[in-house]
Design a protein around this ligand. Sequence first.
Ligand code: NAP
Ligand code: HSE
Length: 423
Amino acid sequence: MTDKIINIGILGLGTVGTGVVKVLKKYDCLKIKKIAVRNTNKKRDVDIEGILTDNPFEITNDPDISIVVEVMGGTDPAFQLVTDAIRNGKHIVTANKELLAKRGPEIYELAREKNVAVLYEASVGGGIPIIMPMKQSLAANKITSMAGILNGTTNYILTKMEQENSEFADVLKEAQELGYAEPDPTSDVEGHDAAYKLSILASIAFGYRININDIYCEGISNITPVDIAYASELGYKIKLIAMASIKDDNKLDVRVHPALVSKTHPLASINGVTNALTVYGDAVGQVNFSGPGAGQMPTASAVVGDILAIVREMDMTVNVLPSMKCTHKLNATIVPIEDTVSKFYVRFNSLDQPGVIGHMGMSCGNHGVSLLGVIQKDMLLGGQARIILLTHEVKESALRAAIDEISLHFSTKQIANVIRVFR
Ligand code: NAP
Ligand code: HSE
């Protein structure tokens, strides 16, 4: 690889940092000079004798360190540390999707000025190689759309709910007890984690900077076993889907929400903590990636892969390769969710009386919503019926107007759920 010894500094020694230390042991030429943590007295399961510090600036200011690995998470102090390290001429490898989604443009711009690499394969899809294949192997394509399951925690919860016919809250609690979900699960279950990852992927695929706040984001806490069972009867699974596409006017439709996915689509068979991404390119057609989206060793695999890529280049050239730089400058215009087009699954609780379904059909017609199917099956207490409408593709604002009109009818007792249909 290289005859020289390359000094590496690591910010963070949690799940991912520990995996990185384990994998780096294989490489004699890569020396971990220092690791920064919050608490130097905590018991660690790797040998880090004499290299632990609670002062991360000892890493970012050390002139002997060439590569800084940021695996501490969050934006503060990670942003300051990463930018200090770049100013001091260090290459960066990070797994931190939140940092890149929120502060990426500033980091990439500084890295360009300082001619250093910022690599982040582990930030999306854990151990699955996605970023470099998209930047390099698929570079000949105009990417038209992508869709993925980018969060393992929510996919684990939805899979368990389906397999065990369980409620969201029960499965979440069990997942927390088993360590599959964080004590504060908000970022995962509300879709923020998937949105961070989608913003990174979509900016590579479409060449625009994406403001994370422009991504429509809806989590899975409203999904019930009843919806999962109905979806299954209709030929679908329910998944938290992160999707992005580019329109003819170059606006981007970028969103994260639960969706019914046809059982015949590759994403429907992705279960448990596995992540997957389907990308459509004009030359290649459909490409599917899948694998371990998180975990100590899979994520460390991606981090160390990035370190090795930088080390190879350090010996070859004084200029950072274009694929290791961020090339886009324009901000994306995102299609507002009201203007997006989807098929919909809508579940109502209604009085079971003559004319109720007719009235629903009429309200849909009034707003240009065309129905693909209607199901009325289970009776609820109090003489109510569960009614499911499945629509053809329709603009979201039209669907919402139809639902508003239906909700005003005396027979409508509850709009129990509205879920978009992906494919
Ligand atoms: P983690 O287990 O919580 O570890 C965080 C580490 O950073 C800990 O060692 C902590 O020190 C240290 N740290 C935090 N704040 C610090 C500060 N202000 N100063 C010094 N050290 C600090 O996190 P993780 O799961 O390894 O995740 C790290 C990053 O990788 C995150 O950005 C995450 O999103 C990303 N990622 C994680 C996975 C995964 O499977 N876990 C997969 C892909 C990407 P102490 O040990 O002393 O508390
Ligand atoms: N919280 C993330 C997930 C971990 O559940 O997928 C890796 O990004």
